[in-house]
Design a binder for this molecule. Sequence first.
Ligand code: HMH
Length: 207
Amino acid sequence: MSLTCKQLLETYEHAWQSATHHPFLEQCKSGTIKPVQFNTWLVQDYLFVIEFTRMVARLLAAAPVSHFDTILGGLAALKDELNWFRAKASERNLKLDIPKQQTNQRYCQFMTTLAIAPYVIQATAFWAIELAYNQAWQIHSPMVEPYHEFADRWGNPEFTVYVNLLEKQADEVLQNASELVQNRVKEVFREVAKFEKSFWQMAFVVK
Ligand code: HMH
């Protein structure tokens, strides 16, 4: 029996729940988040997305040509996203050349190590990372101003369609994964869930 993305979500339901629910998101929804905390998340996420873009570039290099369209679409969206982050930071007078917090450093290090993993592992990690944001922001939508556009960026229905395509691509290659590789996929999925949970918490570590 081959492993599927749906099975990962079912098996690790609790860990996934923690990845997509957090006081940070609730406080953005209600507008009670302190601006300094929101800004902390914003700059850390910008720094994360730089390394995430590099991960997606490596994934493209390992992908079958039939997966190019979706991945190239993802990279184009990341190009816009990086520019959007810079615009948001500039509106808020935030410095972007600051050190990553430890959680962010570890998450980025984890993405770097995926470079030498088989494509199926990279594809599943890619799907899980995008799904985490799609669900987390969607579950907490709509958000009050000025957070509405943040919730909409990842929670919008087109983003869900894109994440579903990533799931299909991961499922397709999971069909041929050995048991050893399936076990690595499970570990990587749990790691993503753990990192996503701690990422929200970074907002509350204000330096
Ligand atoms: C921490 N996970 C984190 N940041 C993001 N921007 C995404 C996932 C997806 O885009």
